[in-house]
Design a protein around this ligand. Structure first.
Ligand SMILES: NC(=O)c1ccc[n+]([C@@H]2O[C@H](COP(=O)([O-])OP(=O)(O)OC[C@H]3O[C@@H](n4cnc5c(N)ncnc54)[C@H](O)[C@@H]3O)[C@@H](O)[C@H]2O)c1
Length: 294
């Protein structure tokens, strides 16, 4: 058996159907294209009209059967239209990927209830709506399924200035863990993927310094200190994990989270300081520099 036959048989993705929310840009684009490259027929919704048209055209040009809708995935009616279109065209659903999510930097005490609501709708409620539509469609097929939600490292540690985002993503992880148990007898698996830094245009906008236009997280010195693998993530690091969770290669994996983050979740506050190596406190030479500058 060749390695590609082994992959195709174990992965079993060819001819399956996936719905991807936020599937036209950022990490969603990589996820859509990588699923399609494995023979998955993708129905996506994205609020970015230009990106949706672009990816729809790219998929068609490559001969992929796909549905690309423009719309707000937080709107249950938009989700209904997408799930109905996928059911009508292909009559099955195997995978749901909840990509939509986002945040902004602000201390909790400066935020209004309106801002909390927006964060919760984007990061939690949209996942509930999309998942509630996926379950009956997967059930009807009787073949099981895979529900995958993008969370974040910030849902598994404290995230100062991102309190509500962090809480909503943690809620998605706990929702997924519980749902995994409820749906296990039907072979519908439920898992999360939690990136740290995999720069996308929107993500850079959130983490960068709005005043100077600088993005400290992209500085190689910062990357070397904060990310054990010594490099930033790229979209493929995340889409690889999603393809694995959609595939039969993860057939016995449910209720858990994959952390494609170069080791930052594992290192949890330990930094690789130049000269002094790993420490979970600021090293003396950096303290001296800070004193000089204060
Ligand atoms: N990029 C990272 O480094 C990173 C790190 C941690 C977690 N995440 C999580 O991964 C997911 C994707 O991140 P990203 O950086 O690709 O984000 P992004 O802002 O680029 O969004 C991905 C796509 O979703 C679309 N989208 C956003 N809101 C939508 C909505 N309401 N309806 C329809 N489409 C919508 C965008 O237009 C975009 O095409 C998010 O859930 C985010 O919280 C990303």
């Amino acid at each position: 058996m060749s390695s590609s036959q082994w992959w195709d048989e174990r992965a079993g993705l060819d001819g399956t159907v996936a719905v991807v929310t936020g599937g036209a840009g950022g990490l969603g684009e990589a996820i859509t294209l990588d699923l399609a490259a494995n023979g998955v027929r993708v129905a996506l919704v994205d609020r970015d009209e230009a990106a949706t048209e672009r990816i729809g055209a790219a998929l068609a040009a490559d001969g992929h059967d796909a549905i690309a809708h423009t719309g707000d995935a937080r709107d249950p009616d938009v989700l209904d239209v997408l799930f109905d279109a996928a059911a009508e065209r292909w009559g099955r659903l195997d995978t749901l990927v909840n990509v939509v999510g986002g945040t902004f930097r602000a201390p909790f005490s400066d935020q209004t209830p309106k801002a909390w609501d927006a964060l919760i709708r984007t990061n939690l409620t949209h996942v509930l709506h999309a998942t509630s539509r996926a379950i009956p469609a997967m059930r009807a097929g009787g073949r099981g399924g895979s529900i995958i939600s993008l969370t974040t490292i910030e849902g598994y540690r404290a995230a100062p200035n991102f309190a509500v985002y962090s809480a909503a993503k943690a809620a998605v992880a706990q929702f997924s863990r519980t749902l995994a148990v409820e749906l296990a007898p039907e072979r519908i698996r439920v898992n999360c993927v939690a990136p740290d830094l995999a720069p996308t245009p929107n993500m850079i906008g959130i983490s960068g310094d709005g005043d100077t236009g600088q993005h400290p997280m992209l500085d190689p010195l910062n990357v070397g200190v904060s990310i054990p693998m010594g490099r930033l993530g790229v979209p493929a690091d995340i889409s690889n994990a999603v393809v694995f969770l959609a595939s039969g290669l993860s057939s016995y994996l449910t209720g858990t989270t994959l952390h494609p983050d170069g080791g930052t979740f594992a290192s949890a506050g330990w930094f690789n300081w130049p000269g002094s190596g790993y420490g979970n406190m600021v090293p003396p030479d950096v303290l001296d520099l800070m004193r000089e500058q204060s």
